[in-house]
Write a protein that binds this ligand. Structure first.
Ligand SMILES: [Zn+2]
Length: 223
C-alpha cells in the first residue's frame, strides 16, 4: 500500500509522538525507490554512536549513499523522534529472505524497499534499559514502541487496525552480519504489543510500556 507523508503524520499525531521532521524528509529526490517501495514491516537498529543525526540525514562527509538516507527515523535519547525519511531509505542492506507473515515474504536483499528502519541512539554494547549510553533510556523504549504502533497503523490497509507486532524484527533477525539491537526480539514485541493493545489511550499505553521496561530492564524476557 502507498502511504503518503501526510498519512504518516496523521498517525504520529494520533499516538502523541514528540517528533521533528528533518529537512527534506519527504522530498521524492531522497527516495531511492521513487515511490515504488511497499513498506511491510519494521527493523529496529541501534546507532552504535551517540551523535548520529548528520549521518542518518546524509549530511556527514563520509556518508556514502547521498542523497538517500540511512533510516526512516532516529529515536533520540530523550524519547523525541527525528523523522528522517519517507517513504524510502537505506538501512537493512543485504540479508533475508524472511517471511514476516505467511503472505508477506521479504525477498533476499529486498529489505530496504519493504521495511521501515528505526535507528535508536545507543552505543549498543549493553541490552540494559538503564539510561546509560551503552544501553537505552526508558523514554526510548516507550516512545519507540509508540512509534512502531504509529508505523504499523500507517502501513495497514485496515482502518483502525494496526498490523501485528510480528512485522517488527531486529536488524540481526534480517542478517547475521549485524548485532543490533541487543534486546531480544520477543522483548521488543512484548513492549510494542502493550503499546498496540492500549493504543486508544496513549498516556496509559506509555505508562504500561514503562512499567514493563522497568521490570524487565535486562532487555530479556524473564523465563
Ligand atoms: Zn542496524
Amino acid at each position: 500500500m502507498r502511504v503518503t507523508g501526510k498519512r504518516l503524520i496523521h498517525f504520529l499525531d494520533k499516538y502523541g509522538l514528540d517528533y521533528e521532521l528533518a529537512p527534506g524528509w519527504n522530498d521524492p529526490r531522497n527516495d531511492p525507490y521513487k515511490g515504488q517501495g511497499a513498506l511491510q514491516g519494521i527493523v529496529l537498529h541501534h546507532t552504535a554512536g551517540i551523535d548520529s543525526e548528520a549521518w542518518v540525514i546524509a549530511r556527514s562527509a563520509g556518508y556514502p549513499y547521498k542523497p538517500y538516507r540511512a533510516c526512516h527515523d532516529l529515536s533520540r535519547r530523550d524519547g523525541s523522534q527525528l523523522i528522517v525519511a519517507w517513504p524510502g531509505a537505506y538501512h537493512a542492506g543485504e540479508g533475508g529472505p524472511l517471511e514476516l507473515t505467511r503472505t508477506t515474504p521479504i525477498p533476499r536483499n529486498g529489505g530496504n524497499s519493504r521495511l521501515i528502519g528505526i535507528e535508536i541512539e545507543s552505543l549498543g554494547t549493553s541490552a540494559r534499559i538503564d539510561g546509560k549510553r551503552e544501553g537505552m533510556t526508558l523514554a526510548q523504549v516507550v516512545e519507540t514502541s509508540m512509534l512502531c504502533v504509529a508505523y504499523l497503523d500507517a502501513i495497514s490497509p485496515v482502518p483502525g487496525v494496526p498490523y501485528s507486532t510480528k512485522r517488527v524484527i531486529l536488524h540481526r533477525t534480517w542478517t547475521t552480519r549485524k548485532i543490533d539491537v541487543r534486546q531480544d526480539l520477543d522483548w521488543w514485541r512484548h513492549a510494542i504489543r502493550i503499546a498496540r493493545h492500549n493504543r486508544a489511550k496513549p498516556a496509559i499505553a506509555r505508562e504500561l510500556v514503562a512499567d514493563f521496561a522497568r521490570d524487565e530492564k535486562s532487555g530479556r524476557l524473564a523465563a
